[in-house]
Design a protein around this ligand. Structure first.
Ligand SMILES: [Zn+2]
Length: 458
């Protein structure tokens, strides 16, 4: 069995691995490199294999860093099936269309600049046509644990990774042994999705290492903080802004706010879900209750439920979004982007951040250099559309909403899969070193850290 790493090697983005076995060439994920110009430029580089020669893609889940380069693979000659779970197929379509539209508007903006400089404009990486050609190749599997025959010797099985709706760890059963690709593994006790499954025994394990160096805080503190933010800001006549990621985090936040409402512990307010992408992903979530854990299925059984209860409004159009800030205060506003780098949260920040009765609640990681991180780090003001806006709003940062496994979960997974060959992928340099040492100390296992463009034979 030969494995070539085309991304998520010594970094967390760009997940893409070619497996050659039993006369078959299969690509596991084909994700976007993200996080700064230098990394994003890697998306323009050729794949370390010929896309025309690939027989099939197996897609673990719908996050952009796992599906975002699929249109490029197709543009460069891939024409086989893309297997994934049904929710992953539906959500990936939305994520890829959103990505294409962002790239097209960015390319148009840069083209105007290039024109003024007398330079050739750079085309977008891909456009909506490329996305349409890609989504036609999706072949949803019938569900978790249902074997898919790839050729006479190789079978793929999708297992529940418990990371986001429809996410999978992928098992490849071959005549040369079993390979298990973790995809992204989820946290325990996440709202809505199941816990990560118990892995099958594997000869080769490719495991993600995002949080291979730490243990997460408990969800209890996070929920207490969410409640405190709401109970502080709303009765005081302020607006509570929640910058949120459209996929999974938004639905989890709605789920927890609904539980407060149901327990009559939510002050009188309106809740605006103010993100077209989050509204679309929420509608996909609503269609796939079979993919929830038992507790969430019971909560969603009937109406009202977390996606349909009295104070909740979906604001689809720009006009509706603008009207929120004309409608007085005492609202909870959930809007993208999660790190305040763009999207509708920007105009809400402009309207509310300078107000000491307002509040901002961060429910996700804020990367260095983003507006969100500046606010978390205590900036006195931030720049929005060329204007300095004072930061007077109260702030809360929760750490418990994590959809990634921490070190104890990852170690437990490795122990249970008990692989002969262990490969660490999807992690930053320093974390990979810490994780590899921990694996050696606790499990007496050697591991290999995958390098970009490298091929290993196992
Ligand atoms: Zn993910």
């Amino acid at each position: 069995m030969k494995i070539t790493f085309g991304g998520a090697a010594e970094t967390v983005t760009g997940s893409c691995h070619l497996v050659e076995v039993d006369g078959l060439r299969v690509v596991l994920d084909c994700g976007f490199f993200q996080g700064g110009r230098k990394r994003e430029d890697l998306n323009r580089e050729p794949f370390p294999f010929d896309p025309k020669s690939v027989d099939a893609v197996l897609l673990s889940h719908a996050h952009l860093d796992h599906c975002g380069r699929l249109p490029l693979l197709v543009d460069r000659g891939f024409s086989g099936p893309i297997y994934c779970t049904p929710p992953t197929a539906d959500i990936s379509k939305l994520i890829l269309a959103d990505s294409a539209s962002l790239q097209m508007s960015e390319a148009a903006y840069k083209a105007r600049k290039a024109e003024r400089l007398g330079r050739e404009p750079e085309p977008p990486l891909y456009d909506m046509d490329d996305v349409m050609r890609t989504v036609r190749l999706f072949q949803p599997v019938s569900g978790y644990n249902a074997p898919v025959q790839l050729n006479d010797k190789v079978t793929a099985v999708f297992h529940d990774a418990g990371h986001i709706l429809g996410s999978a760890a992928i098992e490849l059963r071959t005549s040369n042994g079993t390979l298990l690709f973790s995809g992204d593994l989820g946290n325990r006790d996440q709202p809505i999705v199941e816990d990560p499954c118990t892995p099958p025994k594997a000869d080769v394990l490719l495991i993600e290492s995002t949080y291979g160096d730490r243990a997460h805080k408990s969800m209890e503190d996070t929920l207490a903080e969410l409640r405190e933010a709401i109970h502080t800001v709303i009765p005081n006549g302020g607006n509570l802004m929640i910058p949120s990621f459209a996929l999974e985090r938004t639905q989890e936040v709605l789920y927890e706010i609904f539980k407060l409402w149901e327990a009559k512990d939510l002050p009188r307010c309106r809740i605006f879900l103010d993100s077209p992408l989050a509204i679309s992903t929420t509608k996909v979530f609503a269609r796939y209750r079979d993919y929830y854990d038992a507790e969430a299925r019971a909560v969603f059984d009937g109406e009202p439920n977390p996606f349909s209860f009295t104070p909740l409004r979906f604001t689809q159009s720009t006009e509706e979004s603008k009207a929120i800030n004309r409608a007085g205060r005492g609202n909870i506003i959930i809007a993208g982007s999660g790190m305040c780098t763009g999207g509708r949260i920007i105009h809400h920040l402009r309207h509310n951040l300078w107000h000491d009765k307002s509040g901002i609640l961060f429910v996700g990681y804020q990367a260095v250099g983003t507006r969100g991180r500046h606010i978390v780090d205590g900036a006195e003001s931030i720049k929005i559309w060329g204007e300095e806006i004072a930061v007077k709003a109260q702030m809360w940062t929760t750490n418990g909403f994590s959809s990634h496994a921490d070190q104890p979960i990852l170690l437990d997974w490795i122990r249970r899969a008990d692989p002969e060959h262990l490969v660490l992928i999807h992690g930053e340099d320093e974390i990979l070193d810490t994780f590899a040492s921990k694996i050696k100390a606790d499990l007496s296992k050697e591991s290999h850290v995958a390098k970009l463009g490298e091929t290993i034979v196992v």
